[in-house]
Write a protein that binds this ligand. Structure first.
Ligand SMILES: *[C@@H]1O[C@H](CO)[C@@H](O)[C@H](O)[C@H]1NC(C)=O
Ligand SMILES: *[C@@H]1O[C@H](CO)[C@@H](O)[C@H](O)[C@H]1NC(C)=O
Ligand SMILES: *[C@@H]1O[C@H](CO)[C@@H](O)[C@H](O)[C@H]1NC(C)=O
Ligand SMILES: *[C@@H]1O[C@H](CO)[C@@H](O)[C@H](O)[C@H]1NC(C)=O
Ligand SMILES: *[C@@H]1O[C@H](CO)[C@@H](O)[C@H](O)[C@H]1NC(C)=O
Ligand SMILES: *[C@@H]1O[C@H](CO)[C@@H](O)[C@H](O)[C@H]1NC(C)=O
Ligand SMILES: *[C@@H]1O[C@H](CO)[C@@H](O)[C@H](O)[C@H]1NC(C)=O
Ligand SMILES: *[C@@H]1O[C@H](CO)[C@@H](O)[C@H](O)[C@H]1NC(C)=O
Ligand SMILES: *[C@@H]1O[C@H](CO)[C@@H](O)[C@H](O)[C@H]1NC(C)=O
Ligand SMILES: *[C@@H]1O[C@H](CO)[C@@H](O)[C@H](O)[C@H]1NC(C)=O
Ligand SMILES: *[C@@H]1O[C@H](CO)[C@@H](O)[C@H](O)[C@H]1NC(C)=O
Ligand SMILES: *[C@@H]1O[C@H](CO)[C@@H](O)[C@H](O)[C@H]1NC(C)=O
Length: 480
């Protein structure tokens, strides 16, 4: 025998040995290769080959394919997210009887819900998000009773969210956001007592309805996201009894009445988005949730004053949440567009971590909190159109990270500083009582793009330095 044939015989012997060890594995591999073929051999799966065929001697066993996870030699996970699959999920997928995880997220699959999955009786984790699945969610959906995590988000499912979902009592996460649902969501979701995350947001064609008050019986729920899904009526009074709540987002709905007095009670609550609703009345006084990072109550009809308790918050760190558009370019302390009166909380930046103070279009009085003068995380302060007065806390002008300072339409007094924060690009102080001269130090305001200071009490001449600022595009100094 030549070296090559010895090698080949040895290899075949090895493979043959592996083969005899597990006939079933071969059966599963046949199913996988059939899947690949059914999907018209997408390039993303070109490495799926039968390693036993002579032409693919150097391919690896299917349990080593990156998309496959095997447990004790049987296929348990099919991780096919982002594979450009544009064909259907075929019925024979249930021949992979031991699947516990299927991820087909972010493909181009267009069909109704593949009921064949009912036969994958060990399925715990199903992710079909970001495809073109359509039709209704079948009424016998409870046959997937073992599911712990379900994501059908960003598809074209329509109709109702069926009551049978309420029988999937092992569910920890339920994601049904951004679909074409045009019915109602089932109150039976309140049976899912193990649920930690419920995401129903951006179902914009949902029939207008109240948030079922029984949802507040979900004591393990940490994440509740129902933005822009036609909620109306009031927020259930018992919302504060959702003791595990961390992230509450009911923004962009038609919620009315008061914010329930218990809302800021869950101790771990960290994010509260209620912006763009029709909420009225006062903001609850009692805040037990001392780790809140972000509060956005903008664009409601709130009245009364901002509770002092907000000043006790310890962890106003602020995060960027670009998804939430203009309301959350920087989300921290946001109460803009209401009818709030009284003062801004004095201690909002005692820890020096606040990034944004956004309180424009209210009826707020008093001075800017002194703590803002020693708040180096601040990037944006927009408090225009209130009844604020007094001098600007001196440290604020030069606050290390400040980029936007909009103080227009108030009654602020004092003079402009020689120096401002290095990155300050927008300074708007129209319609106030600022006085003195425009300082010659203005030549150091290198990054200024917009400088609006109409209708104040400035005197003297406009320094030539102002016209030399390299980025300045807007300059208003009229009515001084
Ligand atoms: C489906 O995907 C394959 C590649 O995987 C591509 O060649 C084919 O054009 C796609 N078909 C459609 C209708 O997009
Ligand atoms: C062996 O592997 C190499 C690199 O992965 C590949 O280019 C080649 O086509 C494979 N040979 C066969 C017979 O599959
Ligand atoms: C599923 O796993 C069991 C052992 O857990 C095994 O006996 C059975 O053959 C596997 N089924 C398939 C289709 O591989
Ligand atoms: C599925 O894949 C997506 C995209 O990579 C990922 O975000 C998601 O967590 C995965 N889901 C499961 C259940 O593995
Ligand atoms: C489940 O499997 C059984 C037996 O193989 C088959 O008759 C049935 O049609 C399957 N169910 C679905 C929903 O595919
Ligand atoms: C779902 O989409 C497929 C493919 O686009 C289409 O043929 C089918 O009619 C749709 N079904 C429903 C119920 O909308
Ligand atoms: C919502 O309904 C409108 C009008 O019927 C339709 O044009 C739009 O595509 C629907 N949106 C979604 C996400 O289904
Ligand atoms: C929901 O949308 C589907 C598909 O567009 C339509 O056939 C059905 O009549 C709609 N149902 C309601 C209650 O509007
Ligand atoms: C709050 O969070 C901590 C730390 O994650 C956790 O141990 C605790 O159980 C949570 N409290 C509630 C009421 O869920
Ligand atoms: C609020 O309700 C009105 C009419 O009832 C509707 O036109 C509007 O789109 C709703 N707004 C939101 C954000 O759901
Ligand atoms: C604040 O945040 C830090 C880190 O994010 C965390 O360790 C701490 O427990 C939080 N709470 C308080 C009260 O500082
Ligand atoms: C602001 O408060 C003043 C004094 O209480 C009141 O006259 C005025 O109407 C309020 N403005 C708004 C927009 O609520």
């Amino acid at each position: 025998m030549t070296k090559t044939t010895i090698f080949l015989s040895f290899l075949l012997l090895l493979l043959g040995h592996a083969n005899s060890k597990s006939q079933l594995n071969d059966k599963e591999q046949t199913v996988l290769l059939k899947l690949k073929q059914h999907w018209h051999n997408p390039p993303s799966l070109s490495h799926w080959h039968n390693p036993l065929s002579l032409s693919h001697l150097n391919s690896s066993h299917h349990c080593n394919w990156p998309e496959i996870t095997c447990t004790s030699g049987t296929v348990t996970q099919l991780l096919l997210q982002n594979k450009n699959i544009n064909q259907t999920v075929p019925p024979f997928i249930y021949d992979l009887k031991n699947l516990t995880v299927i991820n087909l997220s972010n493909n181009f699959i267009s069909q109704e819900f593949p009921k064949a999955l009912y036969n994958c009786s060990k399925l715990e984790d199903l992710d079909l998000s970001q495809n073109y699945f359509n039709g209704t969610i079948p009424v016998d959906f409870h046959r997937l009773f073992g599911l712990r995590h379900l994501n059908l988000g960003a598809n074209n499912f329509y109709g109702n969210i069926p009551a049978s979902i309420g029988q999937l009592t092992e569910l920890r996460t339920l994601q049904l956001f951004q679909c074409a649902f045009n019915g109602s969501f089932s109150p039976e979701i309140d049976n899912l007592f193990k649920l930690e995350s419920l995401q129903l947001a951006y179902n914009v064609n949902m029939t207008a309805a109240e948030l079922p008050s029984s949802f507040t019986e979900l004591k393990k729920l940490k994440f509740l996201w129902i933005t822009a899904s036609n909620l109306n009526g009031k927020i259930p009074d018992t919302i504060g009894e959702m003791e595990a709540l961390v992230h509450l987002d009911l923004s962009i709905n038609n919620l009315t009445r008061k914010i329930p007095s218990s809302l800021f009670m869950p101790k771990n609550l960290s994010i509260v988005f209620l912006f763009r609703n029709q909420l009225s009345g006062e903001i609850p006084r009692v805040v037990e949730a001392l780790n809140i990072d972000v509060i956005d109550l903008s664009d409601n009809k709130l009245t009364g004053s901002i509770p002092d308790d907000f000043g006790r918050l310890k962890n106003m760190t602020g995060t960027l949440a670009p998804d939430f558009g203009r309301y959350s370019m920087l989300v921290e302390f946001q109460v803009a567009d209401n009818k709030l009166e009284g003062k801004l909380p004095e201690h909002l930046c005692d820890n020096g971590r606040l990034e944004a103070m956004v309180a424009y279009n209210n009826n707020i009085t008093g001075q800017l909190p002194k703590s803002l003068g020693n708040c180096n995380g601040l990037k944006i302060v927009t408090v225009y159109n209130n009844r604020l007065s007094g001098d600007i806390p001196s440290g604020l002008w030069t606050s290390l990270n400040l980029r936007v300072l909009i103080l227009s339409d108030n009654s602020f007094t004092g003079e402009l500083p020689q120096r401002v924060a290095r990155n300050l690009s927008r300074l708007e102080i129209n319609n106030n009582f600022f006085s003195g001269t425009i300082p010659t130090g203005v030549s150091s305001w290198r990054n200024l793009v917009v400088f609006e200071a109409s209708n104040n009490l400035f005197t003297g001449t406009i320094p030539r330095e102002l016209t030399c600022l390299p980025h300045l595009t807007t300059l208003f100094l009229d009515q001084n």
